[in-house]
Ligand binder design. Structure first.
Ligand SMILES: NC(=O)c1ccc[n+]([C@@H]2O[C@H](COP(=O)([O-])OP(=O)(O)OC[C@H]3O[C@@H](n4cnc5c(N)ncnc54)[C@H](OP(=O)(O)O)[C@@H]3O)[C@@H](O)[C@H]2O)c1
Length: 361
């Protein structure tokens, strides 16, 4: 039976099990056998792999429910790729779902594996998985809001959810980009239609989504105001923010208004208190989903909600910005996959700067 413990999954006929490109260092060569050199690619066959490490949980609850297990190597379907995951991005929806919120109802009762952001190398491809080659460095947000099981050494990912990693990005940084980058890109372009010269206010601007939104908004030519505690103001200015506001000492109502767009990422009562900072015709994008129902009705001011979803065209736009140096993900901290619970504890404090990433080298 393919994928059964002790037996490797059959690759497609004639396909190598895994490929190491010249710029990627495969450190877990334990069960692999280096079998050849092909057109500049080191080909390693993972013949010995019968189990891969993954995080799972058998109950909803705190970070302590996250458990490291071994499971069979998954097998890609027709339009899917098997990816050797080198890094998995950590997002608030991960810990929200772990505890029973987030998208837990869509996953059904545990056991399940959280994690949607990943970066790694293509190990094998299904029969209809066009556009990618074995050995490609890829990244993406997989299957969201269905289960993607990105907290694992291997994951099966629909090829439509993947894009090549820009050459200037390592895989750990690439794993920090998809969900947060797609959220920021969608909010700024599809929801707020930000154009050059627009004034944009970004709450929680130093966080995972916020620090990418600042850079994307600047690349669109916007004038950006970001909120963050004072210690993070130099960080925000370094990203290109034009104005910074300390949300701990400055009441939202006292911020100079007239914004074309507001990205609400902080939660609490930020959305309701920010609405009057919009200019007529402006839009508040309630990304944190804390706006009271009906906010904006009868005011002439628009409140948009959103749930990020896989979007190949948008992912390629995010990759393009990263490739051209207009978008650089910043890492708050990285943890080995086995320390997923520690990463969740840090994330849940909501004081991170940039992104948390799990590594599975
Ligand atoms: N709708 C969607 O599709 C979607 C997609 C992605 C994320 N989200 C949601 O968007 C929110 C942000 O996500 P994220 O990944 O950026 O989270 P994150 O990285 O965990 O955000 C951390 C940042 O939040 C800031 N923060 C915390 N409380 C704040 C407040 N009251 N006002 C202003 N800033 C505050 C902190 O900055 P300071 O240290 O300066 O306080 C910290 O830098 C979360 O609620 C997440 O669930 C929704």
């Amino acid at each position: 039976m393919p994928g059964a413990p002790g037996r490797p999954v059959d690759p497609r006929p004639g396909r190598p099990r895994a490929v190491q490109t010249a710029d990627v260092t495969v450190t877990d060569t334990g069960p692999a056998t280096l079998t050849g050199y092909d057109a500049g690619l080191y080909v390693a066959q993972y013949e010995g792999i019968s189990a891969v490490r993954a995080i799972t949980q058998h109950t909803l609850g705190g970070p302590e429910v996250l458990t490291l297990v071994e499971r069979p190597v998954p097998e890609p379907g027709r339009a899917e790729a098997l990816v050797r995951v080198r890094a998995a991005g950590v997002n608030p929806v991960d810990w929200q779902t772990r505890a029973g919120g987030g998208v837990a109802t869509r996953l059904g009762p545990p056991p399940f594996t959280v994690g949607w952001d990943l970066a790694g190398e293509v190990v094998s491809l299904g029969a209809d998985a066009g556009g990618l080659r074995v050995g490609d460095r890829v990244f993406g947000m997989s299957r969201f809001p269905a289960q993607a099981a990105a907290y694992a050494e291997y994951a099966v990912v629909p090829v439509r959810d993947l894009a090549p990693v820009p050459a200037r990005l390592g895989l750990v940084h690439a794993a920090a980009l998809p969900l947060a980058g797609l959220t920021a890109w969608t909010a700024l372009t599809a929801k707020a239609a930000v154009r050059a010269g627009d004034r944009v206010l970004i709450h929680a601007a130093a966080g995972g989504v916020g620090h990418l939104a600042v850079q994307i908004a600047k690349s669109l030519g916007a004038h950006v105001t970001g909120t963050a505690r004072a210690e993070k103001h130099d960080f925000l200015k370094g990203l290109g923010a034009d104005e910074v506001v300390d949300h701990r000492t400055t009441p939202i109502e006292t911020i100079t208004g007239g914004f074309d767009a507001i990205l609400e990422l902080g939660g609490g009562d930020n959305a309701a208190r920010s609405l009057r900072l919009l200019r007529p015709g402006g839009v508040l994008v309630d990304i944190a989903h804390h706006a009271p129902r009906g906010l904006g009705h009868g005011t002439g001011l628009r409140v948009a909600t959103m749930l990020v979803k896989p979007d190949r065209a948008a992912l390629r736009e995010v990759a393009r910005l990263a490739a051209t140096g207009h978008l650089t993900p910043v890492l708050d901290r990285t943890y080995p996959l086995s320390d997923a619970a520690v990463a969740h504890r840090r994330g849940e404090r909501r004081t991170t700067t940039g992104k948390l990433v799990l590594t599975a080298e």
